[in-house]
Write a protein that binds this ligand. Structure first.
Ligand SMILES: *[C@@H]1O[C@H](CO)[C@@H](O)[C@H](O)[C@H]1NC(C)=O
Ligand SMILES: *[C@@H]1O[C@H](CO)[C@@H](O)[C@H](O)[C@H]1NC(C)=O
Ligand SMILES: *[C@@H]1O[C@H](CO)[C@@H](O)[C@H](O)[C@H]1NC(C)=O
Ligand SMILES: *[C@@H]1O[C@H](CO)[C@@H](O)[C@H](O)[C@H]1NC(C)=O
Ligand SMILES: *[C@@H]1O[C@H](CO)[C@@H](O)[C@H](O)[C@H]1NC(C)=O
Length: 336
């Protein structure tokens, strides 16, 4: 009898530790209860999503489920994470939000790139980029031959839109207004308004506030406030400073910093990016591939390449893109 109750107790202990996931497992497994923790579904791993057990009741218990496949019905919450990589959950009739939502191949093709539906083109048709004869084509609202483009995405390949004309991206040291204008891997420096190499500013150098692209790996751009000796405010400047990490043990409630994600299984914050030399190399190779294949891409999407298998990025540079994800993104490899 005593032995029986001991076995029962051990059984219960093992069972409850699995439920709590006491740091033994980094992630929740298929079918396990999970806690949805904000922007990323990483608590279940890259190929699973933390979804309500009852599809029609968002408040029901969440478990890790297989991500949904092309054409499968989805719910509009958390539109990117519920569908398999490269797909997004959108209304089947794109601008009719009362229509059923399905996982579709959306928004990955730029001007001149292959498509079979307006959905495939960047902006799902609303940027005036329409799928015509199997290519995304810019159709300005006003017929005016001198209007070649209305935004970055309405120019073919790696071009910027300047005064309604498509022009090559600015090279290192050339003028820019924003990151869109610069060569892939460049960033528009706030001070000089010229394109500089990403990660080229060192500790203590000035940078564009809220953008971490100028500072060396492992640094971020932050405001530094200066005071006079008598304690009154003098001035503020933004400088590259070391990244800080949150040490909460309850990130589901406390949240994480912008460069982190919350893993519901451990309830701790982790860095989204791997700040390693391997990652830097993988980024360089990837950027070179995108540039030499003239695939539509932008510095604004630097950390979020289109993963749809029909995108130029994946068709021409699939290996380089996957290598980049493996080397650079903790969110991608976290549960492996
Ligand atoms: C949505 O899906 C349901 C069930 O599959 C179907 O009965 C209904 O006709 C669909 N609605 C639309 C607008 O397609
Ligand atoms: C066409 O667009 C150009 C540049 O925006 C503008 O200068 C010109 O007046 C427009 N022409 C017509 C006919 O609208
Ligand atoms: C846009 O074109 C004008 C000339 O039309 C040029 O002076 C300017 O530098 C260009 N801007 C960018 C960001 O390339
Ligand atoms: C504090 O010091 C600065 C610079 O010396 C001076 O301009 C300012 O008026 C002082 N403020 C006060 C409240 O004394
Ligand atoms: C993490 O803990 C350390 C030591 O207690 C503290 O100095 C640091 O500010 C904490 N980090 C954050 C982001 O609060």
């Amino acid at each position: 009898m005593k032995l029986f109750s001991l076995i029962l107790t051990i059984g219960l202990l093992i069972n409850s530790s699995q439920c709590l996931n006491n740091g033994n497992n980094k992630c929740f497994k298929l079918g396990e209860a999970c806690k949805y923790s904000g922007d990323f579904g990483v608590s279940c791993g890259e190929h699973l999503a933390c979804l309500p057990i009852d599809d029609d009741d968002e408040s029901s218990e969440h478990i890790c489920k297989e991500k949904l496949k092309l054409g499968e019905k989805c719910k509009q919450y958390n539109p990117i994470e519920v569908c398999e990589s490269g797909l997004e959950c959108h209304p089947t009739i794109i601008d009719d939000f009362s229509s059923n939502y399905t996982c579709i191949e959306s928004g990955f093709a730029g001007e001149g790139e292959n498509c079979y539906s307006d959905y495939n083109c960047v902006g799902f048709g609303i940027l005036n980029l329409k799928c015509i004869d199997s290519k995304c084509k810019f159709e300005p609202t006003e017929k005016n031959q001198s209007i070649e483009c209305s935004s970055f995405f309405t120019c073919p390949g790696l071009k910027k839109c300047n005064n309604s004309k498509c022009e090559p991206l600015s090279s290192l040291g050339d003028k820019c207004e924003s990151d869109y204008d610069c060569f892939i891997g460049g960033t528009c420096s706030v001070e000089e308004k010229i394109c500089v190499e990403r990660y080229s500013k060192k500790l203590g150098e000035s940078c564009l506030y809220e953008s971490d692209t100028e500072c060396e790996f492992g640094l971020k751009c932050d405001l530094e406030t200066h005071f006079f000796k008598n304690g009154t405010f003098d001035y503020q400047e933004s400088k590259c400073v070391p990244l800080v990490y949150s040490n909460t043990t309850n990130c589901i409630e406390d949240g994480c910093l912008v460069h982190e994600f919350c893993n519901g299984a451990t309830n701790t914050c982790n860095s989204i990016k791997k700040y390693t030399n391997d990652c830097k190399e993988a980024e360089k190779e990837r950027n070179l591939c995108y540039t030499s294949n003239n695939c539509m891409f932008s510095n604004e999407y630097y950390d979020h390449p289109f993963l749809n298998e029909n995108s130029c990025l994946m068709k021409k540079c699939g290996m380089e893109t996957l290598n980049y994800l493996n080397k650079c993104k903790n969110t991608f490899t976290f549960c492996d």
